[in-house]
Each structure stands twice: as structure tokens, then as C-alpha cells.
Design a protein around this ligand. Sequence first.
Ligand code: SF4
Length: 304
Amino acid sequence: MSETPLLVMEDISHSYGGAPVLSDVSLVIPRATTLALLGETGSGKSTLARIALGLETPAGGSVQFDGDPITGTRIRRSVRRRMSMVFQDARASLDPRWTVRQSIAEPLDVFRLLSRAVDPTDRVAELMHMVGLPPELGSRKPHQLTGGQAQRAAIARALASDPVLLACDEPTSALDVSLQAHVLNLLRTLQERLGLTMLFISHDVAVVRHMADLVAVLHRGRVVEYGAADAVFARPRHPYTRQALPLKPDAQAQRVLHGVGSQDGCAFRAACPFAFARCAQEVPALHFADGVAVACHAVEDGTI
Ligand code: SF4
């Protein structure tokens, strides 16, 4: 197996209407691992995932998928089929006019994955079985499914093209708590069984903890902490991560940890108990210590 990381993002910057949403983001996802992007709403997670999959072109920076640059080029069909995405709103991601079977079968047709030797009915049945959907649900339309069934159908559709990279954007946050664990466990099982590389997006600390090998904490479009999930959760270093991690998801969503939007210094300084003069003058860069990268002047100085 090649040692080249499956996905490499370098110095990604992006803005909407002149407002920066991502600044100098560099991340690497090794093969068959799950990198979680953890951050509040508006931290840039979804935009970064869309850029990673070539669905959006960044204002600056580059993305390499399996050693090939995909930024600013027309992505070949053979490359496109190897990346899939699962969205938060599963029903909206499925065509309301199509049955489950039709939705799952469509990528097989689009990417011309069927040969005379492969019966599409068999392949769709195999995919439904893989995600735990009973065959009788194949004739239903999205509005006739529960939220959990719709998300399983969306996952089966995402897997139809036999991808190596699966991006999951808050895939359980629209589900009842009782269903979330089932879908998360399904995704973990599929990741291991199929050797998938996953880019997993969530604002929910417990979900990220359950899923991730690596975690990148985003604050205001910048990575403020990045490393092995075990190491980050065991000892969060960045003041933002330290404030964000112990919170329950609901409390986290309500708590204001934004700080300021200035480009001149650390964007977290208004909410940071450790801020000092340098924090207003200089954007902190990521520095590695003990295998974890942290963007904080106080951590770099060793004062926290
Ligand atoms: S750089 Fe300064 S303001 Fe930002 S998190 Fe570190 S100590 Fe706090």
C-alpha cells in the first residue's frame, strides 16, 4: 500500500463576500483513518470539506487527492467516483421522486460501474444489506422513511461508487439521540470493513470522540489544535479547546466562544483568560509539541 496520504490540504484560504471563512488551513489525512473537524457553527468546517472534495474552489491554497492536485482543475470522473459525501439532512439529499433503490442505483449508472456480469439489482441489494436496510424498504420514497432509514439509504448511495474517501457532514445531528449511536456505529464498522478514509464534521464533542483517529479543532476558520484524538482529548492545550471540550453539545451550541474577528491577532483573545499583548498583534501559527500542533502564543511560550 502506498504511504502517500490520501488527502493533503495546503494553506487553504477562502472567503464569502469579502469575509474570510478559512485562513491558512493545512491538513493531512492518512489512508484508512478518520479525521474529525470539530468546531462551532460558522467555524468553516463544511466549507473546508467541500473544498477537500473539489466541490468548491478555494481562493488560495491547494488540495491533493491520492497524489494528484484537484484544485482548479476539472476533476476526472474516475477520481470523482472515489470521493463521496453524506449530509446532515438525509431526506433532502435523496431525490424525493425516486425510490430508495433508484437513489442507490443512480451512482452505478453515472459512474458506469455496471457491466453485463453485474446485475444492478444485486448490487443495490448488497448495499442495502451493508447499511442494515431491509429489502422491502427499497420501493419507498424518502418521505416514507424514518430519519434513521433515510440516513442509511443516503450512506448506501454514497458507497455505491465504491469510494475511498467519505466525508460526513454532521451525519447524525438531525437524528433522535436513540438513533445517533446506531448510525455512528454503522459508519465506524463500514470505515473499518471497507478501509475508508473519513473526513468527519461535527460540533458535538462526544460524537467526535467516538469517531476520530485525528482531530482538527477549528475556530473562526483557522485550525487552532490538531493531532491524535486521544492526545487532544486527554490534554487539550489551546484555550479554546480547553473551554469547548468539557461542554455538553447543547451547552456548547449556546455558549459564545467566538472572540473577535480581527485578522491582526488571535481571534480568540476577547474570550481568552490567558491573552497578553502579543495576542493582539500577531496571529499565532501552529507549533508542534508532543505530537499535537497548537496555535497559541501562550502555549508556545510555555506559560500554559
Ligand atoms: S494566542 Fe493568546 S489569546 Fe489566543 S488563545 Fe493563545 S493566549 Fe489566548
